[in-house]
Design a protein around this ligand. Structure first.
Ligand code: SF4
Length: 339
């Protein structure tokens, strides 16, 4: 541990980039730089940091600006919600904290948009408090150097890496240590083709010694969840029975009974369609392993859904027919309005 700690700091003294937020201990400027650099490269974020600190040299000035002014400056950085949140947090600091950033890690966590990483960064850079940062760069360095092949996005992996980062932290120089390990990850132990031949810790790096540099850090691929948007049509005959049909093969709920269905491929499309429909109840959601279904139930006419194509079922018949849980939930909530 001590050898790595020292090597990181020595490396940092010789290789660090000269960046403006490294010359300040003002929590406002540090917070600004961290929010701007979320999901943004340093060379892209730097001009925005300069624009914001010029236009709003204090958190009060940022809080008092109009949202339009803030978003105009933000333009080009993408993710406008981040720009809006930046403004909201500045207002929170002025209204709830008297314009002074909280001076503890726990206090910083109370700020909107400030999670464990940003709180540790501000706590260490502004107040030199011993909190270890854990971002993508740090995960990579730790996972490779110590040869930890636990998934960095798993609960156990996060716990192990957090413990490792805290143990490695130099409690006497937390700001320097955190800057050093992040910069080392960004410039030396890079995601793709790190130049291990010139690395100061090559002799003790487990990934290099076991030929696993390219495989680490390890991440579990998230299963992509398909979103589906259903509108079910409630079509009645004169005997107060509702039209049902049976679902075919090669999709969910094969063989189960459901109302006539229209499926949309996006939220916009379904919202547009629903503008002119009489909706019963509110949105119903159903989550399956790889799918998330949002469903609405609307009153429709036999003119659009010719009854001869369907089985007409009364409330008492439904019990004898298997139906998806989603339809069951709807009927439990609204059958009184239907029958
Ligand atoms: S030897 Fe390579 S993989 Fe290991 S810490 Fe250095 S740069 Fe990273």
């Amino acid at each position: 541990m001590q050898a790595l700690r020292q090597a990181l700091q020595e490396w940092y003294q010789n290789h660090q980039r000269d960046l403006p937020w490294r010359h300040t201990q003002d929590p406002y400027f540090i917070w600004l730089s961290e929010i701007i650099l979320q999901q943004t490269r340093v060379d892209q974020g730097l001009p925005y940091y300069l624009k914001f600190t010029n236009a709003f040299p204090s958190v009060q000035l940022l809080a008092n600006a109009s949202q339009q002014e803030v978003l105009n400056l933000w333009q080009g950085l993408g993710y406008y919600s981040r720009g809006r949140n930046l403004h909201a947090t500045a207002q929170q600091v002025t209204s709830d904290f008297n314009g002074v950033f909280p001076e503890s890690y726990e206090g910083l966590l109370k700020l909107k948009g400030v999670g464990p990483y940003t709180a540790a960064a501000i706590a260490s850079f502004a107040y030199n408090l011993p909190h270890a940062v854990l971002d993508g760069n740090v995960f990579r360095v730790l996972s490779r150097y110590f040869g930890v092949d636990l998934a960095i996005n798993s609960t156990e992996g996060k716990r192990v890496f957090e413990a490792l980062a805290s143990e490695l932290l130099d409690d006497n120089h937390p700001a320097l240590h955190n800057q050093a390990i992040m910069e080392f990850g960004a410039l030396q132990c890079k995601p793709v083709s790190p130049n291990c031949a010139i690395c100061p810790v090559q002799e003790s790096c487990m990934a290099l010694l076991t030929n696993k540099v390219a495989q680490l850090p390890f991440k579990i691929k998230k299963v992509k969840v398909r979103k589906r948007f259903f509108v079910y049509h409630l079509v009645k005959n004169e005997q107060n029975r509702l039209a049902f049909s049976r679902r075919g093969p090669k999709d969910i709920w094969e063989g189960l009974f459901e109302f006539p269905l229209t499926e949309f491929d996006s939220l916009e499309a379904i919202e547009h369609y629903l503008k002119n429909e009489q909706i019963i109840g509110s949105k119903f959601q159903h989550v399956l392993t790889h799918q998330k279904i949002e469903a609405y139930f609307v009153v429709s006419s036999p003119k659009k859904w010719p009854l001869s194509n369907y089985q007409m079922l009364g409330l008492e018949d439904i019990e004898d027919h298997p139906i998806p849980r989603l339809i069951d939930k709807f009927l439990n909530a609204h059958s009184g309005e239907l029958f």
